[in-house]
Design a protein around this ligand. Structure first.
Ligand code: UD1
Length: 419
């Protein structure tokens, strides 16, 4: 599992570059099955989840090679349409492979990804949308078998702006006869990135970033695509919370501040000095911060669930009461008892978190149970007195590239121990 050991108390200071976005590269890797040709992806974060996606592609028969932050996928000889169960269990978002495979091969099968540490995470929106596109879905002993003669045009009204369902429907629709319109689709920047990639591949898709995406079917895609993955806004947001908790002075490079507006607004309200440029954000904290009366997680452009735990760690050290409501995942709360072990005072009431800020935290042995929760424990560890050991580093490494190295360059004292 590995662990991180942090000696807290150092202010973060200096500059850091963010890596490519995990939440963009995974759906884009799933999209590479579509063109039966070569995709060259640059600025790829080499994360544990990236390697799971590579393993899925290889298992499907694609040739995959990679070097420093670049992956080349050749899907010409892909010869399998079922995604291996043990790989799906390793990474829930592998459900997005379903859309690409059914699109190209007219058949696909995958096991139910099931729940995870964040909660139930159903896929009913994905499957009912597929059925509206004429795809037959059979559910046999936990295996979803999808088959279709011709993908049919339709208008899909999503009951909720689901990121995964939007991505799966887009992929399933690339070769539709006619057009597919997705209403109430997700507007996340990573959806925009995927749409840009698909357009480079030759797909006819527009409307990304708005409430409605339209995909007009094409007959064939380009054999060769080169694409650079967008920067990771969640990694940048994590560095902002880590900088703020240590009262640091940090410039975060390679990030469009617009993508983090919801977090920046909160940090400014709390009293952080924030300076933005086209592709960087500076944060400087030189005074006592204020709590936040109430904030809730919602789909983009509102405050992201993926930053809830890290901001919670920060608020837990700010005098006064802050309240966060988690609306996306019913079990994104595993970090709370661990933060409380370190001295935080956080009470949970039905996905409403009441955070009573404290002056000091103490280093402890704590357990990361999921990716962003793990990041929140490291955030707290950077502030805490003494040594914090965050067990379960494998969860954190699913989403943060070179985290210890980047933090040490900023003046932290953090060690990664692989065991
Ligand atoms: C979600 C987050 C995304 C985040 C990712 C990893 C949102 C809207 N989505 O994406 O920002 O990066 O987790 O942490 O913030 N749902 C259903 N049925 C479905 C699909 C979803 O009921 O078929 C529900 C989910 O239980 C959840 C909500 O819709 O409450 C959003 O889910 P969705 O956006 O699909 O989740 P992910 O794609 O995993």
């Amino acid at each position: 599992m590995g662990k991180y050991i942090i000696k807290g108390g150092n202010k973060l200071n200096g500059e850091v570059f963010v890596s490519g976005a995990k939440n963009a590269v995974l759906p884009i890797l799933a999209s590479t099955v579509l063109n039966s040709g070569i995709c060259i992806l640059k600025n790829v974060p080499m994360l544990l989840d990236t390697f799971v996606a590579i393993d899925i592609l290889k298992d499907l028969g694609c040739d995959v090679s990679y070097g420093e932050n670049t992956i080349v996928v050749n899907s010409k000889n892909m010869n399998k349409t079922n995604v291996k169960e043990d790989l799906v269990k390793k990474m829930r978002s592998s459900i997005i492979f379903l859309g690409g495979i059914i699109s190209r091969f007219k058949e696909a099968s995958i096991c139910y990804p099931g729940g995870c540490n964040l909660g139930k995470r159903p896929i009913d929106f994905h499957l009912s949308a597929f059925e509206k596109l004429g795809i037959k879905i059979e559910d046999n002993q936990n295996i979803i078998k999808a088959s279709v003669d011709t993908i049919k045009e339709n208008v899909i009204n999503l009951p909720f702006a689901s990121v995964g369902a939007t991505q799966n429907i887009i992929l399933a629709s690339v070769f539709v006869e006619g057009k597919v319109v997705i209403k109430n689709c997700a507007k996340e920047p990573e959806i925009i990135d995927m749409a840009k990639f698909l357009r480079k591949m030759g797909a006819n898709i527009y409307g990304e970033g708005t409430h409605t995406i339209t995909i007009k079917g094409v007959k064939k895609l380009n054999d060769l695509v080169e694409y650079t993955i967008m920067p990771d806004r969640i990694e940048a947001g994590t560095f902002l919370c880590m900088s703020a908790i240590t009262k640091g002075n940090v410039k975060i490079n390679g990030i469009n501040p617009q993508y983090l507006k919801s977090l920046l607004d909160i940090l400014i309200e709390m009293g952080c000095n924030i300076y933005t440029n086209k592709d960087n954000i500076k944060i400087k904290v030189d005074k006592t911060l204020k709590p936040v009366d109430f904030l809730e997680t919602k789909p983009y452009p509102y405050f992201p669930t993926d930053l809830q735990p890290q901001l919670m760690a920060l608020l837990a050290t700010v005098d006064g009461i802050s309240i966060i409501k988690e609306n996306i995942f019913e079990a994104r709360n595993k970090h709370i008892p661990e933060l409380n072990k370190m001295g935080c005072n956080i009470v949970e009431d039905n996905n409403m978190f009441i955070i009573n800020g404290v002056d000091n935290l103490t280093g402890e042995k704590v357990y990361s149970k999921d990716l962003r929760g793990g990041a929140s424990l490291i955030t707290a560890g950077l502030f805490a007195k003494g040594k914090t050991t965050v067990e379960g580093a494998c969860y954190i490494n699913r989403g943060y590239e070179l985290l210890d190295k980047k933090l040490n360059i900023l003046g932290a004292d953090i060690k990664y121990i692989k065991d």
